[in-house]
Write a protein that binds this ligand. Structure first.
Ligand code: ADP
Ligand code: MG
Length: 678
């Protein structure tokens, strides 16, 4: 019963067989030659001593110096992590990092993955009771806290990539700090079966004092890295299309510059796939006397086998071009990179306090991020960094990335805190305290979703929502779908919303794509249109030719199907029946979504524009939406994107009369009336 509920594919890793053992040992020896030369290796004894003598240590070291892969092994070798005392948890903000690092370290330790070294990420638990080093996403450690409030299965918690200051890392900071204190008191009282909890905070940037201060003056240790000089080029003019600029730069490097792989930082899966396709096309047309070009995409949703490909050295006479999200900034190090191309932006979760909704924003990176990206070019030799923005624009960047807790919708965080037993979220020990306003707003949202009652206590439904591996809004939708008997459809649509797009959009075929999309349009909007795509895909049994003709992104559909399967398994475990709606299917599906997305609604105005119900902002339907240009009484949308205008995407039509029903607590007062009569 101590396993969180959303571990679905709990594979049961076994000890290696004798035959495997031999291969594992050979590989271990081979990798040891590499490990020995990592910068942290020379600091091994000091690091062990540092952790033995201090309850908390902050370790700072250049990306690639070996912090994440080596230090857990040191702590295992010296017995700080042991079957008696507890395992070593290493948290990562990103799932891809957790899985690929675990894989690597399992090889270095000489064990099968999931046996002595493993990982736990949402929907995939490759660990066992024998696992002594466990890489896990910070979200998963938070979930483990639900069932193991003092994290007794661990003797050390390593909070990695602390500089990223994701919401979850910040929550963990506060929680492990308190657990450390509690466990210390228990040990002092002489309680059995408890040892003190060591905390190791690891960061790639130099802002260690702040972490140290927060952890009561923790000891700071610096691991000296090595970094070769990197020459930086900025563009002279601002670039209107950085994808195009990146493409041009890649070929300039390829044709004119000496050997060495290229790393391109982009914002997301869709861009990466577009550029990969373009590169593949052009690379095929290179003259035969030029070395080949091999594009390697790297983003979170990429299947593990493909992720592993970026680590493999390029074949003979081939230049590798890694196209990555900011995952390659500090969490994952790829060898062979001499050239970095930095588009200067990243996709971040943003929260607009004025209209009270969360949205994904393509946001300029900080100077500190830009320097990290640059550094990737100088790990093995002198390198070059091409910034696709001007020098003055670099000057205008924020110094450091603003902690997520200061920018995002806190509802999920507050729900998690509450479920983890932190009832007084206003007085939690935050490293950076979110504003009172955003905390209150989160509480208000949770209240309107019926996740907490008017005293701020978690309701039964709220408890259930915290169990869900989803944003509370989606959890609500899923829970409500039972009542509307359309859980199966709702699960499909939520899964479809988990990818950027189910369509593939080559830039030169925009018109054809638009034409293809029309075949799936449902009159009630994007939610049902998406469902149509999936249904059609099933009808033709995923026929490849059909996908090509209709510009269906097969890889994304596979991801959708995977998420869908996982959600179905999850619901089964939670005792939710995936019923299919019989009667008024369309309305029921939309009503289910509305029960979570009632704040993402807008009403048609006499002048033909839409005004958001919350905040009364004028919003436009994104041209990519099937609802573009349509006038209906009321719309509900999945997300708000700021570009030149405030666009909404994932739009469906709803009836104004449904709103009070969807969220009686929210619309119970005269809120709705007061926003419509303007
Ligand atoms: P840090 O945490 O200090 O940034 P890491 O421990 O992640 O450093 O990486 C140390 C070295 O291990 C890097 O040089 C990297 O190239 C190598 N490495 C890490 N993961 C893999 C992998 N999956 N495959 C091959 N090499 C890897
Ligand atoms: Mg690391």
């Amino acid at each position: 019963a101590d396993q969180p509920n959303d571990r679905l594919e709990s594979s049961r890793p076994k000890a290696p067989t004798q035959k495997q053992e031999k291969d594992l040992q050979r590989r271990k020896q081979e990798l040891f030659e590499f490990r020995k030369n990592l910068p942290v290796f020379t600091a091994r004894d000091q690091i062990i001593k540092g952790v033995q003598e201090n309850e908390t240590v902050v370790i700072v070291g250049e990306t690639g110096s070996g912090k994440t892969t080596q230090i857990p092994q040191f702590l295992l070798e010296c017995g700080i992590g042991s079957p008696g005392r507890g395992a070593i948890a290493v948290t990562q903000p990103r799932r891809v990092a957790a899985t690929s690092l675990a894989k690597r370290v399992a090889e270095e330790v000489g064990t099968t993955l999931g046996y002595r070294v493993g990982y736990t990420v949402r929907f995939d638990d490759t660990s066992s009771q024998h696992t002594m080093i466990k890489y896990l996403t910070d979200g998963m450690l938070l979930r483990e806290l639900l069932s193991d409030k003092l994290l007794l299965r661990y003797s050390v918690v390593m909070l990695d990539e602390a500089h990223e200051r994701t919401l979850r890392t910040d929550m963990l900071f506060g929680m492990v700090k308190e657990i450390q204190q509690t466990r210390k008191e228990m040990v002092q009282r002489g309680e059995k079966n408890v040892c003190e909890l060591k905390i190791v905070v690891m960061s790639a940037t130099l802002d260690a004092e702040k972490f140290s201060e927060y952890f009561n003056g923790a000891r700071i240790m610096y691991v000296s890295g090595r970094l070769f000089p990197v020459k930086v080029y900025n563009t002279i003019e601002p670039q209107s299309d950085y994808l195009d600029a990146a493409l041009v730069t890649i070929f300039q490097i390829h044709m004119r510059r000496p050997k060495g792989d290229i790393l391109v930082f982009l914002t997301g899966q869709e861009e990466i796939e577009t550029l990969t396709a373009l590169l593949t096309e052009y690379a095929g047309q290179l003259p035969s006397n030029v070395q080949a070009l091999l594009p390697c995409p790297l983003f979170a949703a990429l299947p593990p086998a493909q992720q592993q490909k970026v680590f493999e050295p390029a074949p003979h006479n081939t230049r590798k071009v890694v196209l990555a999200t900011n995952i390659a900034e500090t969490s994952i190090t790829i060898s062979g990179i001499r050239y970095v191309i930095d588009c200067g932006v990243a996709k971040v979760r943003g929260f607009n306090a004025k209209i009270g909704v969360e949205s994904l924003l393509v946001h300029p990176i900080s100077k500190s991020s830009a320097r990290q990206r640059m550094g990737r070019a100088g790990r093995e030799a002198a390198g070059f960094c091409y910034r696709l923005y001007t020098e003055p624009s670099f000057g205008s960047l924020e110094e450091n990335t603003i902690p997520e807790i200061k920018r995002c919708n806190l509802a999920a965080a507050v729900l998690n805190l509450k479920a983890a037993g932190v009832n007084d979220v206003l007085h939690f020990d935050y490293m950076d305290r979110p504003s009172r306003t955003s905390l209150s707003r989160a509480l208000e949202q949770l209240y309107s979703l019926s996740a907490i009652d008017d005293k701020g206590t978690l309701t039964q439904e709220g408890n259930q929502m915290a169990e869900f591996p989803l944003d509370p809004v989606f959890s609500k939708v899923l829970i409500q779908s039972q009542q509307y008997e359309c859980t199966s459809e709702v699960i499909s649509i939520i899964s479809l919303l988990s990818v950027d797009s189910v369509f593939f959009t080559p830039p030169d075929k925009r018109d054809n794509v638009a034409e293809a999309k029309k075949r799936f349009v449902h009159p009630d909007g994007d939610h049902l249109t998406l469902l149509n795509v999936l249904k059609s895909y099933w009808e033709v049994k995923g026929d490849k030719e059909w996908c090509r003709e209709n510009f269906i992104n097969m890889r994304n559909i596979k991801i959708v199907l995977d998420v869908r399967n996982q959600l179905i398994q999850f619901c089964t475990r939670m005792g939710i029946v995936s019923s299919t709606s019989a009667g008024n299917e369309t309305d029921n599906i939309l009503k289910s979504f509305l029960s979570g997305f009632f704040q993402n609604t807008a009403l048609l105005q006499p002048d033909g524009t839409y005004k958001s119900v919350v905040g009364g902002q004028t919003i436009s339907i994104h041209p990519g939406s099937s609802m573009f240009g349509k006038r209906v009484e009321a719309i509900m949308y999945n997300e708000l994107v700021f570009t030149t205008k405030q666009y909404v995407r994932g739009v469906s039509t709803v009836q104004g009369a449904w709103l009070p029903m969807a969220a009686p607590k929210y619309f119970g007062n005269s809120k709705l009336a007061s926003t419509t009569t303007t």
